[in-house]
Design a protein around this ligand. Structure first.
Ligand SMILES: *Cc1c(COP(=O)(O)O)cnc(C)c1O
Length: 467
């Protein structure tokens, strides 16, 4: 006997649906039931041959429930970053320390004095919460904060170089990623780029000769994500600062990944700090909050009081400002920098960067049996040395000796590429997706950034390998 599928109302009256309505709300449940019934109708005569029996209603309710579950899953989800890239832009860069997370929670739940002077009862400035910390940590006279470093660069150029020429070395005309290319940003900021020198060599006299009546400022950009080697020449900040001063021009430097302390304290390679540039006479330094600094996404501008004041008066500042959550997180992170001795324990990115290879290797050995079991029949798993990197253009040519699990597909070597991709896909399909790196025909899980070992092991049984 062939019958039409039941009505939406009939399904809605089924007892199993009450729970769905409580969870997801009536409109979404109705929509899911409609989709489910639509699916039955378009599936053709076989499934149209149904009655309105309880069993059918239950099946439709269950189908609707599945749809609701899938569509309710958050899009932004936690993952395991086992790529070996500590600051992975596509995986959200720096992990915040607990104190910063707590500060954000407090600020999120309650009203805060973000722009309110508690002593006078008057309107305040949101920069005030970070000002003195940044002054102390960078030696700069004044500081301000915006949405990210790209915004900081845009704002600095637009404030100090609008309708004027900006002198920059050809070797520093970089693309940072996405659409962020120095020449484009200059144009959008309303500045005219004047390139000096050549790709590999730029001399002080190149800058000097480019200075004219239309010059607005001299700029230097940290070539974060690449390195020019060999027959090269760049001009140091102190010489450029002196040149700029002689011509009464501002000299600004986009540092990119600004760490606030000398990383050699932790036996890591040296990366220029804002304090070093300020000391060398740079008038304004811009850097990121979520690269080596290890805080939330933000763009920090530190430098001469008069320049920061001008930047604060630019209407674009209002469009690029940071909210209370990020001010809360940034303040908490900056406070940690006041105690360098304990920083490596407290700041996740520094903790990860300074992990000893031997410790990571021991962790890999601990995880090996469970991984070998989980991949049995599909792949072999071994402990292997690998190289991590800071990421986000920080310390671009320095690699950190690390260890991981190398997962290599068994079977037909000609299908190796497809097989390793299948392994990577299976890892990404876990409840908390595991993101590794494919190299030399194997999937590498670099354990440098693994904190939640139990969480990783606990979900291995759900690995679905299609062979
Ligand atoms: C990363 C970087 C930027 C952009 O910083 P965001 O915080 O990602 O916006 C700008 N300049 C340099 C040199 C960088 O390395």
């Amino acid at each position: 006997m062939s019958q039409r599928p039941p009505s939406v109302d009939a399904v809605l009256r089924h007892e199993a649906v009450a729970l769905l309505v409580a969870q997801h709300g009536r409109p979404r449940v109705v929509a899911a039931i409609r989709e489910e019934l639509e699916g039955m109708r378009s599936a053709g005569p076989r499934s149209a041959a149904v009655s309105a029996a309880d069993e059918v209603l239950a099946r439709i309710a269950a189908g609707a429930g599945m749809r609701l579950q899938v569509s309710s899953a958050p899009s932004l989800r936690p993952v395991f970053n086992l790529t070996g890239v500590v600051l992975h832009t596509n995986l959200g860069r720096a992990l915040l320390p607990d104190v910063a997370v707590q500060a954000m929670q407090e600020a999120a739940r309650q009203a805060v004095n973000i722009e309110f002077e508690l002593d006078t009862g008057k309107r305040g400035d949101r920069d005030r919460h970070l000002e003195s910390l940044l002054q102390r940590l960078t030696g700069a006279e004044q500081a301000t904060v915006v949405n990210n470093n790209a915004a900081a660069v845009l704002l600095a150029l637009n404030t100090l170089g609008l309708r004027r020429e900006v002198i920059l070395s050809r070797g520093e005309l970089i693309e940072i990623g996405g659409e962020f290319r120095m020449p484009e940003i200059m144009k959008r900021a309303g500045c005219k780029l004047v390139e000096v020198g050549t790709t590999n060599r730029t001399h002080l006299k190149d800058y000097e000769q480019a200075i004219g009546p239309k010059t607005g400022l001299i700029m230097k950009v940290h070539p974060s994500n690449y390195e020019i080697r060999g027959f090269t020449k760049t001009v140091d900040e102190a010489s450029l600062a002196e040149l700029a001063r002689r011509h009464a021009l501002p000299f600004i430097s986009d540092l990119g990944a600004g760490t606030l302390l000398d990383l050699r304290l932790w036996n890591l390679p040296h990366e220029t700090t804002p304090a070093e540039l300020i000391k060398a006479g740079v008038d304004l330094v811009t850097f990121s909050g979520d690269k080596l600094l290890g805080g939330p996404q933000a763009g920090l501008l530190v430098g001469r009081r008069e320049l920061i004041e001008r930047i604060r008066r630019n209407p674009l500042k209002r469009a690029l400002r940071v909210d209370k959550l990020r001010i809360a997180a940034l303040e908490a992170v900056l406070r940690l920098y006041q105690d360098p001795e304990r920083l490596a324990q407290r700041l996740p990115i520094l903790r990860h960067m300074t992990r000893k290879p031997g410790e990571i290797e021991a962790q890999a050995q601990r995880l090996l049996p469970a991984f070998a079991d989980a991949f049995a029949g599909a792949a072999t798993v071994s402990v292997a040395p690998c190289e991590s990197e800071a990421g986000s253009g920080s310390l671009p040519s320095d690699r950190l000796q690390s260890f991981g699990l190398a997962i290599t597909a068994e079977g037909d070597k000609r299908k190796a590429t497809a097989q390793v991709e299948a392994l990577a896909r299976a890892c990404r399909a876990l409840p908390v997706p595991v993101i590794g790196r494919v190299r030399d025909g194997s999937l590498y899980l670099d354990l440098r950034c693994l904190d939640d070992e139990a969480g990783l092991l606990g979900q291995l049984s759900q690995l679905a390998l299609v062979s």
